[in-house]
Write a protein that binds this ligand. Structure first.
Ligand code: ZN
Length: 495
């Protein structure tokens, strides 16, 4: 444990910025926190986009949010988001299996189905960055080791809640899934394999009693259901027929929540043939990397090293071990693993991002700048990666770096507001400049998305009072104050 604590202590003395990450991470862990990572998000979106096109939607119209939860689950909660648990990624053996799940969940969205778990989703307020490993290290140092073993045991949990809809809705989502997979030329083998896997787990763990068992009884993964799935996947129905037809037929008589936003769909454009093998292989390789990275990030290092022993030298193994060693504060070993990754793909921004992260978090702040700049450039200024570069620039404590830090961080939050860490860093930059109103505004942004409406309200009001009236920043401060007041009122009503 001391090994973990030492580099953290070093960073704290080195910069207050690093402390910010610690402070955020030290908040009580919410039931479900959002796990953000540039590489994983891009991959999941690339897996979903062809399915969206098959459903007559635009790429990016629905996005995927990864939740830090070891149970095997995925759900929709109204709106245009699919939530997927880290436990599901861990349980899946291929990108193709996850695509089956995504297609099924998309079927719930396009069908406008009611989800009983929408409450659960709104609880997922805290945001964790996969790229801020200090969070994990701090949790371990604080005794949250149970949280670190999240991928270890929780297979039996929430088996039932994977399917939380009525049988008719499930059938409808299955039909949509088949249609979307066929229309996008994506194999349905993964979907069938994954459902079988869930069914086996259900048998093995005998599905525990209680609410989950209730769901499981009413929405069973029966052999019938899987067989029906296999048959419809194998059938020769023309794959270019608009999926809406199929969905409409099956959803007749299905409850549609009048509150649920039903997304208007355009005409689907179907691929006439299976996706080219090279395309599929590239996606699977990316999935193997992302899965290994997630495992290395979440599991205890010993467990990671068991799963990815040193004699295995493919990219996923290097990736997972880099995280394990970094968590053990074995910096040289962690860097050797990332250097092996970079040697195999010198232009991969995520490998460079990890190298920069390891250097930054082990106190070699100046050394972290070149790989982070390169990662930012190669990723087309991905906001999460740029946010880390901004953090590193602030952590140098060199006033000469403030301009670049501000520019990088402003661009990052401009493209992706849901990054409390980047907002925090931006607040630090403004603070160092003596621009207190904008520092308060940045704090308000960070606090409102970290579930701290009371603090957000006072920061926003302080900012509003001193910003030029009518300026965009002033308007934004008012917005946040409004949002914070609404949240506080809702909280009061609940009590
Ligand atoms: Zn479902």
């Amino acid at each position: 444990m001391r090994q973990l604590v030492r580099p953290i202590a070093r960073l704290i003395t080195r910069s207050m910025a690093a402390f910010a990450v610690l402070a955020l991470a030290a908040q009580p862990v919410a039931a479900q926190s959002v796990l953000r990572d540039a590489e994983t998000e891009e991959l999941l979106q690339d897996m979903l986009d062809p399915l969206l096109e098959a459903a007559g939607m635009n790429p990016g119209q629905v996005d995927v949010v990864l939740l830090n939860d070891s149970s095997i689950n995925a759900f929709v909660a109204g709106g245009q988001r699919i939530y997927i648990h880290s436990g599901l990624i861990n349980a899946a053996d291929s990108a193709n299996e996850v695509q089956g799940v995504l297609a099924h969940e998309l079927g719930h969205i396009t069908g406008g189905h009611i989800n009983r778990f929408s409450e659960g989703a709104s609880k997922a307020t805290s945001i964790t960055l996969l790229s801020a490993l200090l969070a994990a290290a701090a949790a371990a140092a604080g005794g949250g080791e149970a949280a670190m073993g999240v991928l270890a045991a929780g297979q039996q949990a929430a088996m039932g809640s994977f399917l939380a809809f009525s049988r008719v809705q499930e059938a409808s989502a299955d039909a949509a899934m088949v249609s979307y997979l066929k229309c996008s030329g994506i194999s349905g083998d993964g979907a069938v394999a994954f459902f079988r896997k869930l069914q086996n787990l259900e048998y093995r763990h005998n599905v525990r009693q209680g609410d989950d068992a209730e769901f499981s009884r009413s929405h069973p993964l029966t052999g019938n259901r899987i067989q029906r799935l296999e048959e419809s996947l194998a059938s020769d129905t023309p794959s270019d027929s608009p999926p809406a037809d199929l969905v409409t037929v099956v959803t007749e008589g299905v409850d549609v929540d009048p509150q649920t936003e039903v997304i208007p769909r355009g005409a689907a454009s179907c691929r006439p043939t299976q996706q080219p093998e090279a395309e599929t292989a590239a996606l699977e390789a990316r999935f193997a990397n992302a899965k290994a990275k997630l495992f290395g990030y979440l599991a205890e290092p010993e467990r990671t090293l068991d799963f990815y022993p040193v004699n295995v030298t493919d990219e996923p193994a290097h990736y997972a071990r880099a995280y394990a060693y970094h968590k053990q504060a074995l910096v040289d070993r962690a860097l050797a693993e990332t250097d092996a990754l970079i040697a195999s793909e010198p232009e991969n921004p995520y490998f460079l991002e990890l190298k920069g992260q390891i250097l930054l978090e082990s106190g070699r702040v100046d050394d972290s700048l070149p790989p982070l700049r390169e990662a930012t450039r190669l990723s087309g200024s991905n906001p999460l990666i740029a946010g880390m570069l901004g953090h590193a620039l602030v952590a140098t404590e060199d006033p000469a770096n403030l301009d670049e830090a501000e520019q990088v961080l402003r661009a990052a939050v401009g493209r992706d507001r849901e990054n409390p860490f980047a907002w925090y860093q931006l607040g630090v930059v403004y603070g160092k400049r003596g621009d207190i109103p904008r520092a308060r505004l940045a704090s308000a942004e960070q606090q409102i998305m970290s579930g701290q409406p009371q603090l957000a309200l006072s920061s926003a009001e302080a900012a509003e009072a001193r910003l030029p009236a009518g300026s965009p920043d002033w308007l934004r401060a008012q917005d946040i104050a409004l949002q914070a007041r609404a949240q506080l009122e809702r909280a009061r009503d609940r009590n």
